[in-house]
Design a protein around this ligand. Structure first.
Ligand SMILES: [Zn+2]
Length: 305
């Protein structure tokens, strides 16, 4: 079969036997990573390219104030029927809204932008408004904690923000998408103390088999990204084999984290087909069975498209 190859993006995978959903993508951010002068795909291009390989629906995640507005507007577009949405203030954004200017373990200087002059409470209030008023927003996320990017002051702001988002998801009956980077214990502690929403998803799951078993005990979903294919990430493949297939989702987190061997290239929703194929191999199950399960799971978490 002739294959289309665009400079920059990974190869188009073989089409999947059963369509799946890219359960976490940032369509507004993909353009920023197309740095080689090739044409920037439109939302319609992304949907068409993904649909052609069996990734026919996606969850667009808006997790800073400008992106929350972008996501809200996109979901109101009649052309966007392949898309549902999630909105939140990302933990690394929460820190900046809270006025914390602290360097974390990653050693990067905080980079506040004009929208960070809005207080954290007002930013979350805007998220709540969009989540309440837009029927195509089906999740609160990504929210959680990121102790790679921030130190102790930021940790407090992140916890406060995470708890507010957990409460919002429960109030509105929406799913929760969690960002957990180097913060497994802290995130689980909040979920257990406050009570997790009925449909709780660890986006880009980064824990090990023991954490996967704990999540399964509570009925929390694990969404696997391209990171599950990275040679050194044996713990993620063990986690995938540990959790019941009924709790497994797939995502790209585009434009970040393309699967092996495409690291360093921009990611996009169609690339989820590569990842789900690799997941079926890890599980040693027929690809069609894994796709069908992932698709059914997605329906339970977000409702119908
Ligand atoms: Zn994300």
């Amino acid at each position: 079969m002739a294959r289309k190859r665009e400079r920059g993006f990974p190869l188009d995978p073989e089409p999947l036997p059963v369509p799946v959903v890219d359960n976490h993508t940032h369509l507004d951010a993909i353009a920023d990573l197309v740095a080689d002068g090739s044409p920037v795909p439109t939302v319609a291009d992304h949907v068409a390219r993904a649909t052609a390989v069996g990734v026919d629906r996606m969850v667009q995640v808006g997790c800073d104030l400008p992106s929350v507005e972008w996501t809200d507007a996109l979901l109101r577009d009649a052309e966007a029927d392949a898309l549902l949405g999630a909105v939140a203030i990302h933990p690394n954004e929460a820190v900046l809204h809270a006025g914390v200017r602290e360097v974390g373990p990653d050693g990067l200087e905080p980079q506040p932008r004009p929208h960070h002059s809005t207080s954290l409470a007002d930013a979350i209030a805007r998220v709540a408004e969009v989540a309440r008023d837009n029927p195509r927003v089906r999740a609160v996320g990504e929210t959680g904690m990121d102790l790679f990017r921030t130190g102790p002051q930021g940790e407090e702001a992140q916890r406060e923000s995470f708890r507010a988002h957990v409460a919002l998801a429960k109030e509105l009956g929406l799913a929760l998408q969690i960002h957990d980077r180097d913060a497994h214990e802290q995130v689980i502690e909040v979920l257990l103390a406050d009570g997790a929403p009925e449909r709780t998803v660890f986006h880009c799951f980064s824990g090990d088999a023991a954490m996967a078993a704990l999540a399964a005990e509570h009925g929390w979903y694990l969404s696997f990204a391209g990171t599950v294919t990275y040679p050194k990430n044996t713990h993620l493949r063990e986690a995938l084999r540990t959790v019941p297939l009924e709790l497994v989702l797939v995502e790209t987190d585009a434009p970040y984290l393309p699967p092996h061997p495409f690291r360093g290239q921009p990611n996009a929703p169609y690339v989820a087909a590569h990842t789900v194929r690799a997941m079926a191999e890890v599980l040693d199950r027929p690809l069609a069975d894994v796709c069908r399960a992932v698709s059914d799971n997605t329906g339970r978490v977000y409702g119908s498209w």
